[in-house]
Write a protein that binds this ligand. Structure first.
Ligand code: ADP
Length: 249
């Protein structure tokens, strides 16, 4: 798959909960290399979409194709192995360990799950180097030996993203990455997401329209389980239906 090609495509994706339709025939295309934002009022179906994409929920109808392969019937572990990983769910961080230890644990878990040749002595150095490289990617090298609980809220999020990056996902799903953050932390997380997106694709649920306007290449607006509008920020933010959906809730 080349940059700009479709990496993930859902067709007619639908999820019913006892007759209530939470996701109603969503056909979504996520292009490789994009930061793609999924937005919409509460109850629009964003979380359910994420659960369908990571296979925590089976769809009632429709298909999910990733890198040209139909993964509709895959389970969460298979989906993660194929390269779709959701942050803040798989990798919670341990507060009483150091920042470096947290990333090492995530890497170790990943190594055990894959079929890497495992040589204990050498692997310790390799693991440290790899962990430090990941911390460098998220701007946390300085804090490697700090206890995780002492980090600011924004930096904890950065660490969570680093532990997700340990799985080397091709498509990273971020659930409201700036939620509850102050101005400074929001800026840090924006920079971090931009850096991380240099060599992977990001699909994020985000309520902060300032954040969306600054980093999203593509936006999909959901409302009551269906796509209301799609496009770049300039187009979507001017769409009268989108304005109404946001003003009306
Ligand atoms: P969003 O993340 O956009 O706020 P959700 O995907 O969480 O929306 O929810 C969409 C709709 O589906 C909501 O009306 C919610 O109440 C309903 N819903 C979500 N999960 C379940 C469930 N497990 N059982 C019944 N209804 C659910």
């Amino acid at each position: 798959v080349e940059p700009g090609d479709v990496l993930l495509e859902t067709t007619g994706l639908r999820k019913e909960f006892k007759g209530f339709v939470a996701v109603d025939g969503v056909s979504l295309k996520v292009r490789r290399g994009d930061i793609h934002a999924l937005i919409g009022p509460n109850g629009a179906g964003k979380t359910t979409m994420f659960n369908l994409l990571t296979k925590f929920l089976p769809p009632s109808a429709g298909t999910v194709v990733f890198k040209g392969q139909d993964i509709t019937g895959a389970d969460p572990a298979q989906t993660a192995r194929m390269g779709i990983v959701r942050s803040f769910q798989i990798s919670a961080v341990f507060p009483h360990m150091t920042v470096l230890q947290n990333v090492r644990i995530a890497l170790q878990r990943e190594l055990k799950n894959s079929f890497h040749f495992w040589r204990p002595r050498r692997s310790i150095d390799v693991l440290n180097d790899r962990a430090l490289a990941l911390l460098s990617d998220v701007g946390l090298v300085k804090f490697a030996n700090e206890q995780t609980s002492s980090l600011s809220y924004g930096r904890k999020r950065a660490l969570e993203i680093a532990t997700t990056l340990a799985l080397d996902p091709e498509l990273m799903l971020l659930d409201e990455p700036t939620q509850g953050m102050g101005h400074e932390d929001v800026g840090m997380v924006i920079d971090l997401i931009k850096r991380v997106s240099a060599n992977r694709t990001i699909l994020m649920v985000e309520h902060n329209m300032n954040v969306v306007s600054r980093i999203a290449d593509q936006i999909t607006v959901l409302q009551r389980g269906s796509i209301l509008a799609e496009g770049c920020y300039g187009d979507v933010s001017k769409d009268p239906r989108v304005v109404e959906a946001y003003m009306g809730t």
